[in-house]
Design a protein around this ligand. Structure first.
Ligand code: PEP
Ligand code: MN
Length: 363
């Protein structure tokens, strides 16, 4: 796929591209005053504002609807920004385009639904407008890819991915767990696709924004979408995660911009040496892992021969305790050890199940 880079359709900007503005457009004054505040910082190039708000439960503020479109477009124009809003159906697309919104984005609750994404894609046929696509609410890379393919199929090349984190049943300090590995995997599959991180919806709270924005830059994302509001605590939606324009400026100024590749020869050489050591250890790890799995299969055959079940709780408990103890000894993170053992054990059970269900060979 042939994606248009940001510099083909956005004004010149220094890395990173910054998109900011309120979660929701509330009133003409609110969006305009927020935009005026943001205009003090030349790094902000795009003004965001939700017009139609997808809310989990009814009877919450669902956005001002169509009447807010000219407020957003005007606030952007008079303060030197492009404008962007979320679209979730064909009507949103038509109304936003008619009002002159410059960039559309598809929200996380829409990316999960191929019917809705297709409806949007159909409404976009023959229109040359940038469309940015948020990850789906659930950690499913195929849905994210599918939405990108559907929009691309409508002839849109000005596409970018927005990483806003994923719902998670596991306890996490975030509103939406970042699951960075999924964003990295999408970048690997679509290397030309421009990437934006949305720390506001990942964090759900102000105090984590700096750390997440920094991490996004360190993972080579080109843009940051951060919600801002003239009076965040009084915001009609997502109050806890919004910041004032002046706090946004502080946050942006505290970001450390690192280069994507080493330029000095000695730095390059040192990195190279360290990476060679890592590669050697990886080879050893894989060799050992193969040896472990061979033994596991052998145990499987033996258990099968003697009519013994795969899972023995006592043995499993002992293995967990041993990994925890040794992990601690080597100063390895306990959550990392836990996850690693789960994966290894799952594969061991799979292998033994396979061995046990193989038809007996005739002697
Ligand atoms: C938003 O950007 O305000 C929004 C609703 O985001 P998401 O689709 O990521 O939940
Ligand atoms: Mn929001």
């Amino acid at each position: 796929m042939d994606f248009a880079p940001f510099n083909q359709y956005l004004p010149p900007f220094e890395h990173p591209l910054v998109i900011s503005g309120p979660c929701s457009v509330e009133t003409e004054e609110q969006v305009n005053e927020t935009a005026q505040g943001l205009a003090q910082d030349t790094r902000v190039k795009v003004l965001r504002g939700g017009i139609w708000k997808p809310r989990t439960r009814p009877n919450q503020f669902e956005g001002v609807g169509d009447m807010g479109l000219p407020w957003l477009v005007q606030a952007a124009k008079s303060n030197g920004f492009l404008s962007t809003t979320e679209v979730a159906n064909a009507h949103h697309v038509e109304a936003a385009l008619k009002a002159g919104v410059d960039i559309l984005w598809i929200g996380a609750r829409t990316t999960v639904n191929p019917f809705s994404v297709q409806e949007i894609a159909d409404a976009l046929k023959g229109v040359d407008v940038p469309v940015w696509i948020k990850n789906p609410v659930n950690p499913d890379l195929q849905l994210w890819l599918g939405a990108i393919e559907r929009v691309y199929g409508a002839g849109i090349h000005k596409i970018a991915a927005i990483h806003r984190g994923f719902s998670s049943s596991a306890p996490t300090p975030y509103r939406n767990a970042p699951r960075w590995e999924l964003a990295i995997e999408l970048k690997r599959l679509l290397p030309e696709l421009p990437f934006i991180c949305d720390p506001s919806h990942i964090c759900g709270r102000r105090d984590l924004l700096q750390h997440v924005a920094q991490k996004a830059l360190d993972l080579e994302m080109q843009g940051l979408m951060l919600e801002s509001h003239r009076n965040p605590d009084a915001a009609w939606s997502d109050a806890k995660q919004q910041v004032t324009p002046s706090r946004l400026t502080e946050l942006l100024s505290d970001l450390v911009l690192r280069s994507t590749a080493p330029t000095q020869a000695n730095v390059h050489q040192h990195l190279q040496n360290l990476r060679e050591q890592v590669d050697l250890i990886d080879e050893e790890l894989l060799e050992k892992m193969a040896a472990r799995m061979n033994l596991v299969s052998e145990i499987g055959k033996y258990k099968s021969h003697h009519g013994i079940t795969i899972l023995q709780m006592d043995r499993w408990r002992t293995v967990i305790e041993k990994w925890n103890r040794e992990g601690l000894l080597h100063h390895l993170d306990s959550e990392f050890i836990h996850q690693l053992l789960q994966v290894v054990h799952k594969e061991s059970i799979r292998l033994q199940t396979e061995v046990m269900n193989q038809p007996e060979r005739k002697k």
